[in-house]
Design a protein around this ligand. Structure first.
Ligand code: GDP
Length: 185
């Protein structure tokens, strides 16, 4: 969306990928708002998973792969479905990935162990975190660690800088100057 007035040095495209209902929207909301959330399912929550198009992946500097630690199929789908899709569409070879096991607050319902998460992350060669969009446990770390890793790759940092400059330019063009001889003289 438009964020007029917000100046920043870097702008990165981050994708959240994983089965419907794992908590992708909630993680984003949880990260943006600084409080424990009253979470409700997103509209698309009915689909098992959705295949994404190449345009969604294009130009991404980071991918957050999310599964629900209480639903085993969301974990296996990451290797069966999502990994293939990323390999197919992700144009950016340097793109940083983070594997996230969400909903750790529901510990009694856990169906995927922490060790299994670590093993899959090693297979992907990516970062790994277990978190909860509900309690906000590790949510900030997830985005911060991703941003940090991105900032360590010169090519990605360059893309982010170009993108931010382009956004600022766009904001300036969208800015409507107030009429001459306006009020408050
Ligand atoms: P998405 O389809 O991947 O975007 O998933 P949503 O963000 O819509 O979340 C699906 C459901 O899981 C909603 O009912 C959320 O309230 C719930 N949810 C998401 N994250 C958590 C979490 O960390 N803990 C718990 N207990 N529920 C969560």
């Amino acid at each position: 969306g438009s964020s007029s007035g917000n100046n920043y040095d870097y702008s990165f495209k981050i994708l959240l990928i994983g089965d419907s209902g794992v908590g992708k929207s909630s993680l984003l909301v949880s990260f943006i708002s600084n409080h424990v959330n009253d979470l409700s399912p997103t509209i698309a929550g009915q689909e098992k998973f959705r295949t994404l198009t190449s345009s969604y992946y294009r130009g991404a500097q980071g991918i957050i792969l999310v599964y629900d630690v209480t639903r085993r199929e969301t974990f296996t789908n990451l290797s069966d479905v999502w990994k293939k899709e990323i390999e197919l569409y992700s144009t950016n070879q340097d793109c940083i990935k983070v594997l996230v096991g969400n909903k750790v607050d529901k510990d009694s319902e856990r169906a995927v162990s922490r060790a299994e998460g670590i093993a899959l992350a090693e297979d992907y060669g990516c970062l790994f975190l277990e978190c909860s969009a509900k309690t906000r446990e590790n949510v900030e770390q997830c985005f911060k660690e991703l941003a940090l890793k991105i900032s360590e790759v010169p090519s990605l940092l360059e893309e982010g800088s170009t993108s931010a400059k382009r956004n600022i330019l766009k904001q300036k063009q969208e800015y409507q100057a107030p009429p001459k001889g306006g009020c408050c003289s």
